[in-house]
Design a protein around this ligand. Structure first.
Ligand code: MEV
Length: 450
């Protein structure tokens, strides 16, 4: 083994952890220590806040926070905060927003809002008896025993919506669930749901143990496997859509009819072809994740749910759909998304607070709507480019700037390169050769030596 394990890492000081890390993995490089520490914030309180979001924090990892203006959403003009490292995403969102601004903008609708969680358990015994006992004895106690946990949520208009016993024994022998539905109002609700579920498990176990309806073997067979919310929330669903008469969609070099035909065909391909659907949906998530991160929500949960939803009918398909009927074009996204605007990072991270303030301090319904719009806008921009100019035209300008930044090109040089590559294909090789030519050097290695 090249490296040694470490004891008590989490207990070491920040300095101690960096020393250990750099000695063990980075050849004791002073430059590495400098790089890690140069991202610390001078404001020690702010730094402490960030350190405490997670464990063993040694530095900060910057992510660009961009803003996409001109989003007309249900008649409200918004500027969307987007935290994303991928070039072209914010530009594409802004372009889409502008495109739809004079065509009625984006319309949204919450289709349903139910969050889910399960107690997964095993029981070896009579299923009907268990079901009867659940309905007669357990169900009411599940509500009663969680009354303390649900009190606050209820006062905010939420709580437990429904609890049922599900027999899963046809899939795994002896496997059952308590399937619970929740309204967590403006919070994402993970802690609330998991606390309720853990109480449900205790109540179930206690009631079965205290009952004389079950044999000792049946009682012993009851095993709680786990209590956890589900990130798959197909009924926490929002729709974002755009639409206009077809003739409004004429593009630079394409007639409105041709554009609509090409666009609708591209969406249809994503609906039937999983290879394309994956990339198509990835583009949607470019917009969705960027808003989810900027507003302090859990993008892994949002991603997992979106892709599970895209496969709900047994084949992975597009999350957006398009309809061309009676001279009208309609394009929409149905997105299952669980986000919160209270709790978690939303009230802790100073940039998240600002992002939410810019969005008018939305409730979670409104944030679902705004996030879905970001996904739809992104998808519209991507398909529009793909079926007309091709995606590389816009991407390559950003690629060019990235290469020039790596080369530490001056602003004048950057300007020169943008003009130079207007009618040429950008490649790493072609940028480097032209860079060397104008600097009068043979290779970029020469720069490093200077
Ligand atoms: C790139 O991040 C996203 C796209 O590939 C999406 C798409 O192909 O629809 C451009």
């Amino acid at each position: 083994m090249k490296h040694k394990p470490v004891e008590g890492f989490s207990k070491m000081s920040k300095q101690g952890k960096i020393e250990w890390l750099v000695n063990e993995y980075l050849n004791a490089s002073e430059k590495a220590v400098q790089t890690l520490t140069q991202y610390w914030n001078e404001d020690t309180e702010l730094q402490r806040l960030h350190d405490e979001f997670s464990e063993n924090t040694l530095s900060n990892f910057y992510m660009p926070l961009g803003f996409a203006p001109n989003f007309l959403i249900d008649g409200e003009l918004l500027c969307l905060p987007m935290a994303i490292e991928e070039s072209s995403v914010v530009a594409a969102a802004s372009k889409s927003a502008k495109f739809w601004l004079d065509k009625g903008g984006f319309k949204t609708k919450i289709l349903s809002k139910i969050k889910l969680g399960h107690v997964h358990f095993m029981f070896e015994g009579d299923a009907e008896k268990l079901n009867h006992f659940y309905l007669e004895t357990v169900l009411a106690k599940l509500y009663k025993d969680t009354a303390q946990i649900t009190k606050n949520m209820q006062s905010r208009g939420g709580g437990i919506l429904n609890i049922k016993l599900v027999d899963k024994t046809s899939e795994i022998q002896n496997y059952y669930q308590i399937h619970a539905e929740f309204d967590t109002v403006d919070s994402m609700g993970a802690n609330f749901i998991n606390s309720c579920l853990e109480q449900f498990a205790q109540t179930l176990k206690r009631e079965v143990e205290n009952s004389d309806e079950f044999t000792n073997d049946e009682k012993d067979s009851l095993q709680i496997v786990m209590c956890i919310l589900s990130n798959y929330t197909p009924d926490c669903l929002v729709r974002a859509e755009v639409g206009c008469p077809i003739e409004m969609l004429a593009d630079k070099d394409v007639s409105a009819e041709e554009f609509v035909e090409k666009f609708a065909r591209a969406v249809r391909i994503a609906e039937v072809e999983p290879y394309r659907a994956t990339t198509h949906n990835k583009g949607i998530m470019n917009g969705v994740d960027a808003v989810v991160i900027a507003t302090g929500n859990d993008f892994r949960a949002v991603e997992a749910c979106a892709h599970a939803f895209a496969s709900k009918d047994g084949r992975y398909t597009s999350l957006t759909h398009c309809e061309v009927k009676d001279g009208e074009f309609r394009f929409w996204l149905d997105l299952p998304i669980s986000v919160g605007t209270v709790g978690g990072l939303t009230s802790l991270h100073p940039l998240v607070k600002i992002a939410l303030e810019i969005l008018g301090n939305p409730n979670s319904d409104r944030l679902m709507e705004i996030t879905a719009v970001a996904g739809l806008a992104q998808n519209f921009a991507a398909i529009r480019s793909l079926v007309t100019t091709g995606i590389q035209k816009g991407h390559m300008k950003m690629h060019l700037l990235n290469i020039l930044n790596q080369l530490e090109a001056t602003d004048e040089e950057k300007e020169y390169f943008v003009t130079y590559f207007k009618d040429k294909t950008v490649s790493h090789h072609s940028v480097i050769s032209e860079f060397c030519r104008i600097r009068g050097i043979n290779s970029v290695e020469e720069l490093k030596k200077k």
